[in-house]
Design a binder for this molecule. Structure first.
Ligand code: GPQ
Length: 804
């Protein structure tokens, strides 16, 4: 009998699996479907985690610690099965048991569905932070919305993005526990009399939770997701009897629509009533749950801020500030000053953008109608706040206008970021440069008023998800060099790899790992796109949401430049590349979708012409998600981080890629700056304007056309865009020449020259491998474990609570 690290004998796992198949799925080994087996397997793993969770909960109950409550409208959790198998230490037993039963683990993993409850970086960051909180033994609960439909599934038709619904729980979700007996009422609309709100509509919030295990620790935390339910009486039996089936369920549909879809919108404001309803729904449910949990071990309000800290992930949950005020004033009977002190001691706010158009605002008229009492409270908060401003800047109406929570022109709107800064004890940006620019530009007047409130906490990523799970080959190689697996919880230990740089056998192994990962990626790319990538070509990847500021267009322009050079026979200095794209665009974001069509059209050109594909092949992998990232990142040699400086708050794929040994070609934007500082300027391909130069160029009156006129190769590239695809993409060229909001033309030449340097560096494969190893060895800082330790020290003041 073999006993693995969790102390579970292998045959016990098999027994438990078969028992779950019988007791939970009601079937037998002989008649079980693949889905039955998958679910029984998931439940068997889950059972072990539940045992740990019970102990964690008991420890928390005993010690009554301070909790971090993370409120986020988005979580991109990734597949749960591989993670939970690894974290529970059950991987070997599971494999043995499945083998004995004649089952293929890979096939079962295919049935595990990733919950795509987020759009991009912000949602994935939330998942990495929860992972790190559990790993660091910090008492925490994540709150979110259990959307019926996650981020849409992306396919391409004629090169254009097509969106399909993501019904992720179609076959049920074995990882979650529903708690329908713990529903919370959430009010909407109605009227306020004498400061008391009587809502017109009540929707029920129904929680379910999933387990969030830490790695290399016994701690298991929770993520609690809420879905909207109509009350029991909502079904209209008489209408149904009359055959009016649609009307019979009207009220149910209206209520339950609240958690129907994730808004597939990324960092631009979308003025939809339903979205505001979602936000209010989330924060009401979360706060009720937080107060309930607080009261398990505490009474009164005096110790609330000692025991509770709430992190607001961007502005989506910021209505929590008004909601907690409402609870304290209207339900708990506290006076204003005391309530405000509690609120101000509870919340902290993370801002994830610099783009003014991404700062959320809501029409006052809408908030007044949907949440009349909250609107009153926001006015009162603003009234008190503006008095403070008046004291700080006597007789300065400009200051009042600038800082007010209410924007007056052109329409009265509530500025959610202002409400957040006013109502929070701490505000942070997500990379050094971002936090600096927030203080100097976007939130400048607030930083002048309250400098001590502003912090930086540079983002991080989960080494478990993006090394252990995504890149077992590299993880194995690193562990064999470092002697154990512990670096996965202490990522700074990667620095010990520096010594391995001079070991040529190690460099060979490192290269072999990359090559094997590229082979896996090539197999996948072939299966989904038909494009045959060469596993020996440089894997040159750009994976992120499609957004103009991220400048996927600049990436495509380099490929077009290569097309022309190859056709002219200027192939000296070129190296074979696999140009890989992954990313979704918001369905209504026309300009981003146009760039996607261009990318696909250019891919057709290079892949279809042997003269070109000897040097460049291009694969746009559809439906980029966490699982896609796990496949692409380990194979990557070059990481494209080419946003216009001053626009990307942080970026996190940049960190995942460097950690996996990709070299970055990038601007001085977001966390690129810190990556370059750490890996060393000689191991990073820097190009382009910096943030200050970009602003200065715009202020000086940027004329893109003069760049076009001055550079014949740029001219050739843009003219190509104007004529490709029967000229349907001419708009892109027109826009570049007339507007070029993100200074693509201004950075074009620097980018092309930098790409030439990249090619030159790739020719010395051994020197490249050294740089690759150094990128990984020096990326320890970008662990999300460090991120939560920073939050813990600077903002939450939470000691860890390892299990007693
Ligand atoms: N981010 Cl405001 C999103 O993914 N969605 C959003 O709505 C906003 C920001 C990203 C941001 O663009 C990246 O630079 C960050 O790395 C990421 O959030 C996490 O902080």
């Amino acid at each position: 009998m073999t006993v693995a690290n969790d102390g579970v004998p292998a045959d016990e796992f098999e027994t438990d699996l078969l028992r779950n198949l019988a007791h939970q799925r009601g079937t037998t080994r002989q008649s079980a479907s693949a889905q039955d087996i998958y679910q029984a397997l998931a439940l068997t793993v889950r059972d072990r985690l539940v045992d740990r969770y019970v102990k964690t909960a008991a420890t928390y109950y005993e010690t009554n610690p301070r909790f971090v409550y993370y409120l986020s409208a988005e979580y991109m959790l990734g597949k749960q099965l591989p993670q939970n198998l690894l974290y529970s230490g059950l991987q070997n037993q599971a494999r043995d048991a499945l083998e004995k039963l004649g089952l293929d683990p890979a096939e079962l993993e295919d049935l595990d569905v990733e919950p795509g409850l987020g759009n991009g970086g912000l949602g994935r960051l939330a998942a990495c932070i929860l992972d790190a909180l559990a790993t660091e033994d910090i008492p925490a609960v994540g709150y979110g919305i259990r959307y019926d439909l996650g981020i849409f599934k992306q396919t391409f038709e004629d090169g254009a993005q097509v969106e399909r619904p993501d019904d992720w729980t179609f076959y049920g979700n074995p990882w979650e526990f529903a708690a329908p007996d713990d529903q919370q009422p959430v009010g909407f609309y109605g009227k306020v009399e004498d400061g008391k709100w009587t809502p017109d509509e009540i929707v029920l919030g129904e929680p379910s939770h999933m387990l969030v295990p830490g790695y290399g620790t016994q701690t298991v935390n929770l993520i609690r997701l809420w879905r909207a339910r109509a009350s029991r009486a909502s079904f209209d039996l008489s209408r149904f009897g009359e055959g009016r089936y649609g009307e019979a369920v009207d009220a149910i549909v209206r209520s339950e629509n609240i958690s129907k879809v994730l808004y597939p919108d990324d960092s631009t404001e979308l003025g939809r009533e339903l979205r505001l309803k979602q936000q209010h729904f989330l924060v009401t449910c979360a706060l009720r749950d937080i107060v309930r949990r607080y009261r398990l071990r505490n009474t009164g309000w005096d110790t609330f801020t000692e025991k509770v800290t709430v992190q607001l992930n961007d502005t989506h949950p910021v209505m929590a500030i008004a909601e907690l005020m409402r609870v304290l004033l209207d339900e708990e009977g506290l006076d204003w000053d005391r309530a405000w002190l509690i609120v101000r001691g509870t919340f902290a706010y993370t801002c994830h953008t610099l783009l003014p158009e991404a700062l959320e605002t809501w029409p006052v008229a809408l908030v007044e109608r949907l949440l009349p009492r909250h609107m009153e409270i926001i006015y009162l908060i603003n009234f008190h706040f503006l008095q403070e401003v008046e004291q700080a800047y006597p007789g300065d109406p400009g200051k009042l206008r600038e800082l007010s929570i209410i924007q007056e022109e052109p329409e009265r709107r509530v500025r959610m970021a202002h409400l957040a800064v006013v109502g929070a004890k701490a505000v942070n940006g997500v990379a050094e440069l971002h936090s600096k620019l927030l203080r100097e530009t976007t939130l400048r007047p607030f930083a002048e008023l309250w400098p001590e409130r502003f912090h930086n906490v540079t983002n991080g990523v989960s080494p478990r998800r993006f090394m252990l799970i995504a890149n077992p080959r590299l993880t194995g190689l690193i562990s064999s060099r470092l002697g154990d697996h512990d670096w996965l919880r202490d990522l700074d230990r990667l620095s010990d790899l520096e010594r391995a740089v001079d070991d040529s056998a190690f460099r060979d192994q490192w290269r072999e790992v990359k090559r094997a990962n590229r082979r896996d990626l090539a197999r996948y790319a072939r299966a989904v796109t038909g494009v045959a990538l060469d596993p020996d070509a440089m894997a040159d990847v750009m994976i992120k949401r499609f957004h103009e500021y991220k400048r996927q267009l600049l990436r495509v322009m380099h490929v077009i430049t290569l097309i022309h050079r190859i056709r002219r026979g200027e192939t000296a200095g070129l190296v074979p590349r696999s140009v890989i794209f992954g990313g979704k665009a918001a369905p209504g974001y026309y300009a981003a979708k146009r760039i996607m069509r261009l990318a696909n059209a250019v891919a057709d050109v290079v892949n279809g012409d042997p003269q070109l594909s000897a040097y460049v092949r291009m694969a746009f992998l559809p439906n980029y998600n966490v699982s896609g990232a796990e496949l692409i990142i380990p194979a990557a040699d070059l990481s494209e981080q080419i946003s216009l400086a001053g626009k990307e708050a942080s970026g996190t794929s940049n960190m995942k890629l460097a950690l996996n040994g990709a070299l970055t070609i990038g601007t001085l934007d977001g966390a690129n700056v810190e990556i370059r500082d750490r890996v060393g300027a000689g191991n990073f391909f820097l190009f382009g304007l910096d943030a200050g130069q970009a602003v200065a160029l715009k202020q000086a009156g940027y004329r893109p056309r003069s760049w076009y006129e001055a550079d014949w190769e740029l001219r050739e590239t843009i003219d190509f865009i104007a004529t490709i695809d029967d000229g349907a993409l001419r708009e892109i060229a027109d826009d570049l020449l007339n507007r070029d909001e993100y200074l693509t033309l201004a950075d074009y030449r620097a980018y092309i020259e930098c790409q030439d340097e990249v090619a030159h560096a790739w020719e010395d494969r051994d020197a490249w491998t050294r740089m690759s190893i150094l990128n990984a060895a020096r990326s320890g800082f970008f662990s999300a474990d460090r991120t939560v330790r920073d939050y813990g020290r600077e903002i939450w003041h939470t000691p860890a609570v390892p299990e007693v």
